[in-house]
Ligand binder design. Structure first.
Ligand code: EPZ
Length: 429
């Protein structure tokens, strides 16, 4: 276990280059299994989840060569196994995307039931309903999901719930089905559009990604492709919210502003000054910040993944703000830790009341999950005094060089082992 020692009262300022999107990368890497031809991927974030995906692909028989820190060349021609190993799959939920890509390629897949998560129940009923509609036989026993289909046949599938995972998994399976599939009430996130572009570059025929209806005409085989992953809008939004929370001045670079419109609008409501240019956004804020309500919704609404850092920002706005978490049942793991830092927050079901205005105080904190962990680091940066944040492995899953990027913006952070030995100390570059 590693810890971060974070000094408070930080004002972050400077520029930060945003990495490739974790949630696009963890969909595009399993999609490589759909083809037997060589694939080149660039702008992959160097994070734990991507490294785990690479391990799974190699375990399945894909040979992979690094082409620089964020680029890979993959040869899936020798892919022969249809069962990703449990000890790797249990590390990350997105491994379930191998159901869709292996079904499309081999007509068969065996994937462990994905772990529940600290965000509340995360069923996969919509994924399975769609696979069944495409003609797959599904059996679930001994914790394994086995899918098999002599032939996948296009179908008209209406999702009961707007689900990113189900949209991605069904797009993967339908890409290799015979005939036309229409997916309705699908998720519209940019990561889905990025995956559709990658699949089309490999010869798929997918139209409508990014809208409520996706039409997929299956193809019999796929070519290779070269693809550059889109920037990570959640990482960018995390830094934008951190700029306002620390009353700093940060420019996020190499972003797609269109993907960040909900965050830009909310920051302006709270009183930050946000300047948007074609590939970068500058955020600065001074007191007072205005109490504001946040409601999370699927894209293009305010993203649930930015609700935790959004809450930290609202603890700094003088007055009552109301947060409504409409996507997950239980995404308030960060609240207890924030209350220990002195935040005045009351949770009633999906609603959190935040009475902002009093300064937080630093102390020992535990990161409960990826996005709550990032939010708690921001809280520690703006608090009085020093904090020691444990379980930072969660943060390493989804943010590339997170503490180094913060240090380059003026933060004072040291990474130490649980035993307290200083492992890595950075200086501002
Ligand atoms: C994706 O998870 C993201 N993960 C999550 O980001 C993100 O929080 C979430 O979408 C919502 O935006 C990746 O992209 C790898 P969903 P996913 O299926 O696909 C319910 C992060 O921090 N549902 O869109 O699992 C579900 O319970 C992670 O990067 C069903 O009921 O989310 C939830 O309430 C955390 N049945 C809602 O839909 C299903 O079959 C949205 O879930 C599937 C989902």
């Amino acid at each position: 276990m590693e810890n971060l020692i974070v000094k408070g009262n930080a004002n972050l300022s400077g520029k930060v280059k945003i990495s490739g999107s974790k949630n696009a990368a963890v969909a595009i890497l399993p999609a490589v299994a759909i083809t037997a031809e060589n694939v080149y991927l660039d702008n992959l974030p160097d994070i734990t989840d991507v490294r785990t995906m690479i391990e799974i692909l190699e375990n399945l028989g894909v040979s992979i060569r690094r082409r620089g820190k964020n680029a890979l060349e993959l040869t899936p021609g020798n892919l022969s196994k249809i069962a990703p190993p449990y000890e790797l799959v249990k590390k990350m939920r997105a491994s379930y995307y191998f159901m869709g890509s292996l079904l499309a390629r081999f007509g068969r897949a065996e994937v462990p039931i994905p772990g529940g998560c600290d965000l509340g129940p995360r069923p996969i009923d919509q994924h399975l309903k769609g696979f069944s509609a495409l003609g797959a036989n599904i059996s679930i026993e001994h914790g394994m999901i086995t899918l098999s289909a002599d032939k996948l046949v296009g179908a008209h599938i209406y999702l009961d719930v707007v689900s990113i995972g189900a949209t991605i998994n069904l797009m993967l399976a339908a890409a290799g089905a015979e005939g036309r599939t229409v997916l309705e009430n699908v998720a519209k996130e940019p990561e889905i559009v990025d995956l559709a572009n990658f699949l089309n570059a490999m010869g798929a025929s997918i139209r409508g990604a990014g809208t409520d209806v996706i039409r997929i005409d299956g193809v019999r085989s796929f070519s290779g492709a070269a693809h550059t992953v889109i920037p990570d809008r959640i990482e960018a939004g995390t830094f934008m919210l951190a700029a306002a929370t620390t009353r700093g001045n940060i420019t996020v670079e190499e972003v797609i502003p269109k993907h960040l419109e909900a965050i830009t609008a909310k920051l302006r409501e709270i009183g930050a000054v946000v300047e948007v240019e074609p590939e970068k956004i500058n955020v600065k804020a001074i007191d007072p910040l205005v109490p504001t309500d946040i409601k999370t919704f699927p894209y293009p609404g305010f993203p649930t993944d930015l609700q935790p850092p959004g809450m930290v920002l609202l603890t700094a706005a003088e007055g009552l703000s109301v947060i409504t978490e409409n996507v997950f049942d239980g995404r308030y793991n960060h609240v207890d830790e924030l209350k220990r830092m002195g935040a005045l927050i009351k949770v009633e079901g999906r609603t959190a009341l935040v009475e902002g205005g009093s300064r937080l105080s630093g102390g020992p904190i535990t990161a409960p999950d990826l996005r709550s962990g990032a939010a708690l680091i921001i809280a520690a940066l703006t608090a009085d005094g020093e904090s020691r944040i444990s379980a930072v492995e969660h943060i390493d899953r989804g943010y590339e060089n997170f503490e180094q990027k913060l240090i380059n913006l003026g933060a004072s952070i040291q990474r130490v082992s649980e035993k307290g030995y200083k492992q890595l100390s950075y200086n501002r570059e």
